[in-house]
Design a protein around this ligand. Structure first.
Ligand code: MIC
Ligand code: SF4
Length: 643
């Protein structure tokens, strides 16, 4: 008897089985990865790492390299990265989705994701493909590079949570409201170590892109991933994409397999909103009724399917965007872009005054379209961390396309149900067109890799030192995101392949003196609170601090991907044994760890001497991860293993 997740894990298990079965939740396993995806902002690093590992051609069933984050091209840097990625893809047997073809998760869902397959992506929203029944996990670039080289992916056996959906969504309420409801109940830490598996009669009322909206934003719960069954709806979706042969049915053996359960009656869900500055700060849209808004955007990997754009077009048809609002759409893929162009909906949006942005991540990652000072921006995206939109004092709210469109015409928060009858959304034939996907040659060995001047080699990694005596360079509070540690945006994102340059921006939004101080002190330690490193999968939040000499981070608790990234890059992730000891340490204190290496090696707690006495910490890593850390990171570890 097994759940869908357990079945897929079991089929892909290469290490960690106990009597041929999955071990208990929390124990380490390794699984075979069928597909990988990268996007340009994490991809350049992932491919530099892949090159460093030295495998001649990818060993997965399918690997796709997308360009969707850095498409602003304010100078040569982004364009150079695109050339690098295109040439690497050709050399190593990777499909290349050209800039303009769409957001990785939306395109992957449409064209490549398959039920029952495993997918590892260097982007935290890789679980989007769970909407089609793929076991899709986000990870750091290095883990993805290793998987491309045929290596297994190591993870802790997740706890499976069954989310029972019953009933049907009411008009003006959609999938985004469902995941916001879940975020309201569980908050941004509620999914750590878990996979959310959806079941029940409500499932069949949701289309694949709607399911994908839900699994996409499961990332904001901190979940390992989320997954839907593969049923008749999935089959129809694959048929519409010309991929009927890729359908397999996926269902749990019995719903009694879900030991932990959550129930959601879809018919009771109301339009929801995540308020500043966390996707977990959720309330009802009606509670904000009448509050003025400056900017509205429909798009991102969460909400830019054909249906989502059609909702916006239908609501705006024949109307004009409110004079106080700047309204934009960004289609998730060229496929949906073409579909709304062919059926006239794009013209409706243009007539209404919508600003049409490129089919890419754009404003979601702060690449342009920043709101005005103290602006209120309402977005159909998945993250509203402080400053992420590009304006430090702006307030970002996350809503459904229905709510976004209603606000665009009224100029203020409004429960979209007040607009009366829900407009009819026309169905359309899927515009399948893979002409912007470049397939690699059979033999890429002769392909020359193009390396622009912004592409700098990786920092060198050394084995972990025996002891540590360093200053606390920075002490921060709870829920620090990777956007705090390593911000993105138009100025910083182009530096993703240049570690020395990007490291000048580490913690720049928290304390701009950090890089300078870190260098002056010869590196140091960072102290954090709960859920340290939530958000993006960006490895730069580990590599750039490493470059500045950060050797250890001590936190009360962790977000999975970031903790793995630290370990993969040889930074010691330590957890307070007693969370109250956080108060014993102040910024500027010198911490001594006289037996660091020995204690880690022996699996013991790490003793830290502070001026307020001794503080005990633990380094909760599996034996393999500990070995990686001791060797200074995954690259030296892999090389040493290979030799
Ligand atoms: C994000 O949404 O924060 C990103 C940009 O897609 C990241 C990846 C990155 O930082 O490059 C993610 O979600 O992993
Ligand atoms: Fe792109 Fe935003 Fe999705 Fe990240 S969350 S992949 S930046 S659209």
């Amino acid at each position: 008897m097994a759940t869908i997740t357990e079945k897929i894990l079991r089929e892909h298990l290469v290490e960690g089985a106990v009597d041929g079965k999955l071990p208990q939740a929390g124990s380490e396993i390794a699984i075979k990865i069928d597909q990988t995806l990268t996007q340009d902002a994490t991809g350049t690093m992932a491919y530099l790492e892949f090159e460093a590992i030295g495998v001649p051609r990818v060993k997965t069933e399918l690997s796709v390299s997308y360009v969707d984050h850095n498409t602003l091209q304010t100078d040569f840097m982004n364009a150079d990265d695109h050339d690098y990625l295109r040439s690497v893809a050709a050399k190593y047997g990777i499909l290349f989705s050209r800039p303009g073809n769409g957001i990785c998760h939306q395109v992957h869902l449409e064209r490549f994701a398959r039920p029952g397959k495993t997918l590892l992506g260097s982007d935290s929203h890789t679980p989007t493909a769970g909407g089609i029944g793929s076991l899709a996990i986000g990870a750091g670039g290095l883990d993805v590079a290793l998987a491309m080289g045929g290596g297994a992916f190591h993870l802790n056996t997740p706890k499976i949570v069954g989310v029972k959906l019953s009933g049907e969504l009411k008009p003006w309420v959609s999938a985004k409201d469902v995941i916001l409801e879940l975020l309201k109940r569980l908050d941004v830490k509620g999914g750590v170590g878990k996979v959310f598996e959806y079941f029940g009669p409500g499932v069949r009322t949701l289309s694949v892109p709607e399911r994908a909206t839900i699994t996409n934003m499961g990332a904001e719960l901190g979940a390992t991933t989320s997954i839907f069954p593969s049923d008749n709806v999935t089959k129809k979706y694959l048929e519409s994409e010309g991929r009927a042969d890729q359908w397999v049915e996926l269902k749990p053996d019995s719903v009694s397999d879900y030991k932990e359960r959550i129930e959601i009656d879809l018919s009771t869900i109301e339009p929801m909103v995540a308020k500043p500055h966390s996707p977990g700060n959720v309330g009802k849209v009606s509670e904000l009724e009448g509050q003025k808004v400056n900017q509205v955007i429909v798009g991102s990997c969460t909400n830019s399917s054909y249906r989502d754009l059609m909702v916006a077009a239908a609501v705006l048809k024949g109307k004009t965007v409110h004079p106080d609002i700047s309204f934009a759409i960004l289609p998730g893929s060229r496929q949906v872009y073409k579909m709304i162009a062919d059926n006239g909906a794009l013209a409706d949006l243009i007539s209404a005054g919508a600003r049409i942005l490129e089919s890419a991540c754009g404003p979601c990652i702060g690449m342009g379209f920043a709101p005005c000072s103290k602006g209120v921006t309402v977005r159909t995206f998945n993250r509203n961390f402080e400053g992420r939109c590009g304006t430090a004092d702006a307030k970002a709210y996350l809503v459904s396309p229905e709510t976004a469109a209603a606000i665009a015409i009224t100029g203020a928060f409004i429960d979209p149900r007040k607009l009366g009858e829900f407009p009819k959304i026309r169905a359309a034939k899927t515009a399948v067109d893979d002409s912007m996907i470049i397939r690699p040659p059979e033999n890429g060995s002769g392909v020359e890799i193009i390396r622009g001047p912004n592409i700098k080699p990786l920092p060198e990694l050394k084995p972990l030192e025996a002891s540590l005596s360093k200053e606390v360079l920075l002490k921060v509070g709870d829920n620090i995101t990777t956007d705090h540690i390593m911000p993105a945006g138009a100025k910083i994102l182009p530096l993703r392949s240049n570690v020395p340059a990007i490291s000048e921006f580490v913690f720049s939004k928290v304390d701009a003196t950090f890089p300078k101080r870190a260098k002056e002190k010869g590196g140091g330690i960072v102290v954090g609170g709960e859920n340290y490193g939530q958000g993006s999968s960006r490895e730069h939040a580990a590599i750039a601090p490493l470059y500045l000499g950060v050797r250890a981070v001590i936190a009360k608790s962790w977000a999975r991907i970031h903790k793995d990234n630290l370990m993969n890059w040889g930074i010691v992730p330590l957890t307070f044994v007693n969370a109250a000891d956080y108060d014993k340490i102040a910024q500027g204190d010198v911490l001594e760890m006289p037996h660091l290496r020995e204690e880690l090696k022996a699996g013991k707690e790490v003793t830290i001497k502070t001026k307020n006495g001794q503080v005990m910490t633990k380094c909760e890593l599996t034996p393999r991860a500990m070995e990686i850390l001791l060797e200074g990171g995954l690259i030296p570890y892999t090389k040493n293993k290979g030799s």
